[in-house]
Design a protein around this ligand. Structure first.
Ligand SMILES: Cc1cc2nc3c(=O)[nH]c(=O)nc-3n(C[C@H](O)[C@H](O)[C@H](O)COP(=O)(O)O)c2cc1C
Length: 248
């Protein structure tokens, strides 16, 4: 299996080490090929807000070359992991800059069919507070991209570096990372049989109604939904167009 790991920091600190602890435990359950990115090195630009990706296609983004490399690795992966230390109760600025570049693949625009077959994991560490809002930023993006299951691993480390994490908390991290590795391995093994969550189905069907009813909002999005068969009965989480009968 393949993993795409996006580190929301250049620092090989608590977030990095805890993420790799989960990955090494996951290795005990399955073979894993990891493609790893570090931000901002691998995507150093802020979204220009030019709307090129939204109205004219993602290849028109002025930063398409770096964004596309990460996108390709995500498309090839079974598991997408996005990590961030908590910076003032949210993700790092460099991670937010990357997430903004993927706004075009939210279900409200042009979700990629491959995303609906993947598992996602958010890994967040904080000194003590702000994990909930931070992992919510990551999980909200993974959910709107359509991922089949999204897990989150939040950890208060009471430290500013990995070496300083108190031993009692390290014991807890050991247990929690083992549990998360087991959970991920189970999900990855059963991936093909897993149904999308109610939330994903609801969001997809709501977006379908909106895209169908308002072609004037965004012609590129409308054409994408039409060509993909989504205005008929095709669902991105299913492999075939089971029926071309349009339902209400
Ligand atoms: C700019 C900045 C802002 C931070 N904001 C918070 C915060 O809001 N809440 C918190 O508990 N810790 C905060 N921290 C501490 C880090 O989230 C924490 O030490 C984290 O584990 C660092 O991860 P790393 O070792 O992977 O870099 C902040 C650290 C920095 C550098």
């Amino acid at each position: 299996m393949k993993t795409c790991l996006i580190n929301g920091s250049m620092r090989k600190g608590s977030t990095y080490h805890i993420t790799h602890m989960i990955l090494s435990k996951l290795d005990q359950h399955c073979d894993n090929e990891i493609t790893e990115f570090f931000l901002p090195k691998d995507m150093p630009d802020f979204c220009a807000g030019c709307y090129q990706c939204i109205y004219n296609g993602e290849n028109r983004c002025p930063h398409a070359s770096s964004v596309e490399k990460i996108h390709q690795a995500m498309l090839e992966a079974d598991l997408i992991i996005i990590t961030s230390p908590v910076y003032v109760f949210d993700v790092s600025g460099q991670l937010k800059a990357l997430l903004d570049h993927f706004g075009y693949q939210w279900m409200s625009h042009r979700p990629h069919e491959a995303m609906f077959k993947k598992i996602g994991l958010s890994v967040v560490t904080a000194a003590g507070a702000g994990m909930k809002s931070t992992s919510s930023t990551i999980c909200t993006n993974l959910t709107w991209w359509g991922l089949k299951r999204v897990y989150s691993f939040d950890q208060a480390v009471m430290a500013s570096s990995y070496a300083e994490i108190p031993s009692k908390i390290m014991e807890d991290i050991e247990k929690k990372t083992s549990k998360m590795a087991r959970k991920l391995s189970k999900s990855l093994k059963n991936k093909a049989q897993l149904n999308p969550t109610m939330k994903t189905r609801f969001l997809f069907n709501l977006m379908k109604m909106m895209k169908k009813g308002h072609p004037e909002w965004n012609a590129l999005d409308h054409e994408f939904w039409k060509k993909s068969g989504y205005f008929l009965s095709k669902k991105p989480w299913r492999d075939t167009l089971e029926s071309t009968v349009e339902r209400g």
